[in-house]
Design a protein around this ligand. Structure first.
Ligand code: NZQ
Ligand code: ZN
Length: 394
């Protein structure tokens, strides 16, 4: 096991009615002027946002509300919201929605605390983030795990770049997780979310670190096995409280860092997927399943034993040679994506077969125009990114 330090300070309030504690918890964290961020309207239609507003008003907390965050959230929206939040003199930010809303709210929290700095400078790496504003998330979608993660992903529509900012300051102070709030998700979004949750642990399971790390392996394998089992129940019945609870809690756990302790994350498919969702505005989870099978086909021979272990422990595949088991595990995973009606190539993703120039531009985005390699299980230079995109381009 490699050395590590780990701190995930987010206070989790989980269960039916969790969001009824928002006002008292925000007060306990010192908030009195709350800037609420939401998305395209699902939080209004479900009645969640009006209930939160009533609760804050009754508790004597001042609030300002701003909606309109789109999936694959844009930095321009965040800039406008920072101006509003500053004019309101907000001292606390509350996100009500999925990963896009929470990531945008993180941008607002950072912008509020850093007047004079353009927010994108933190995402581009030009400036280092050292201070932020307290933030809470009311999660309405099990997926990105932003409610506990150290990451926030924004798209700069001027350049088409979709970038993640990693910082411990991205971890929210509070997260309210009520599985019932996720019942209204469209089935397609539920499947996209489940795929993303699985991928957050998969992309930590396959890394370059070969040292023994059995506890983290067992933990990751249990998470993936249980997620697959619960997803099969939830996709048949989205109001199954038990299954939706398991999935919602798994979303946070899968991306908080626990399944990478003692090693490092790879995230190759995330690096390949971000240019696809940044450019074609496809859902994040779909961008990942569209490339995972191609990535696995391209890299599995780097470490067949690892793929065989995954096949055996997660899919129960025990027959055959190491290589046969490795391949069967990949096939089982791709079949699982198909079972969830998730895309496994570009045509199924809805972007069609891409020409040479388009693939080249995508590979440029992954590798900063061929100047860097990404991931570590199989480091991807521009040619490797192109090769994998070519495999998915059908
Ligand atoms: O905008 P509204 O109207 O709320 O509708 C949303 C949106 O259309 C809808 N939705 C959410 N909860 C709902 C609901 N509809 C009905 N009922 C509910 N309860 O679902 C749609 C998708 O929402 P979005 O927030 O975009 O989805 P998700 O949670 O998958 O977030 C995706 C974003 O997170 C980023 C992705 O790249 C993408 O931009 N990620 C963030 C990460 C992080 N911060 O740690 C890590 C991830 O790897 C990921 O990159
Ligand atoms: Zn993800």
């Amino acid at each position: 096991m490699q050395s590590f330090s780990f701190k995930c300070p987010t206070e989790i309030i989980f269960g039916r009615g969790a969001e009824e504690q928002i006002a008292e918890k925000i007060r306990a964290y010192g908030g009195s002027r709350v800037f609420i961020v939401y998305g395209g309207g699902s939080a209004i239609r479900s009645g969640l946002l009006p209930r939160i507003e009533n609760q804050l008003t009754a508790a004597g907390l001042a609030m300002e509300v701003r909606g309109g965050v789109k999936p694959n959230p844009r930095v321009s929206w965040v800039r406008g919201a920072i101006d509003d939040a500053r004019a309101f003199a907000a001292d606390f930010v509350l996100a009500v929605g999925g990963g896009s809303v929470i990531d945008s709210a993180k941008g607002v929290a950072h912008g509020l605390a850093n007047p004079g700095t353009d927010i994108w400078d933190f995402w581009s790496g030009k400036e280092k983030l050292t201070v932020t504003t307290p933030l809470a998330a009311v999660v309405t979608m099990a997926a990105a795990g932003s409610e506990m993660s150290d990451s926030s992903v924004l798209t700069n529509e001027e350049t088409g770049a979709k970038s993640g900012l990693n910082s411990e300051l991205n971890r929210p102070a509070l997260a309210f997780l009520n599985p019932e709030l996720t019942y209204t998700l469209p089935k397609k979004q539920l499947a996209c979310g489940i795929a993303d949750i699985l991928m957050h642990t998969l992309e930590r399971y396959f890394t370059s670190i070969k040292e023994m790390n059995e506890l983290t392996d067992l933990f990751a394998e249990a998470l993936m096995k249980n997620l697959i089992a619960q997803s099969r129940i939830a996709l048949q019945d989205q109001t199954n409280y038990d299954a939706m609870s398991e999935i919602l809690w798994t979303a946070g756990v899968s991306h908080c860092g626990l399944t990478e302790l003692g090693r490092c994350k790879d995230f190759a498919c995330h690096k390949l997927g971000h240019p696809l969702s940044g450019r074609f505005d496809v859902p994040h989870g779909a961008s990942l399943t569209a490339v995972w099978g191609s990535w696995a086909e391209y890299v599995w021979q780097d470490d067949p034993e690892r793929f065989a272990k995954f096949a055996e422990r997660v899919w129960g595949i025990t027959e055959g040679t190491t290589e046969q088991r490795a391949r069967s595990g990949i096939e089982a995973t791709v079949n699982y994506f198909r079972e969830m009606e998730m895309p496994t190539n570009f045509t199924e993703l809805g972007i069609g077969i891409q020409g040479k120039e388009s693939l080249d531009a995508l590979a440029d985005m992954v590798t900063a125009r061929g100047t860097k390699t990404v991931a570590n299980f199989h480091p991807l230079d521009k040619q490797a990114a192109l090769d994998i995109y070519n495999l998915a381009n059908k």
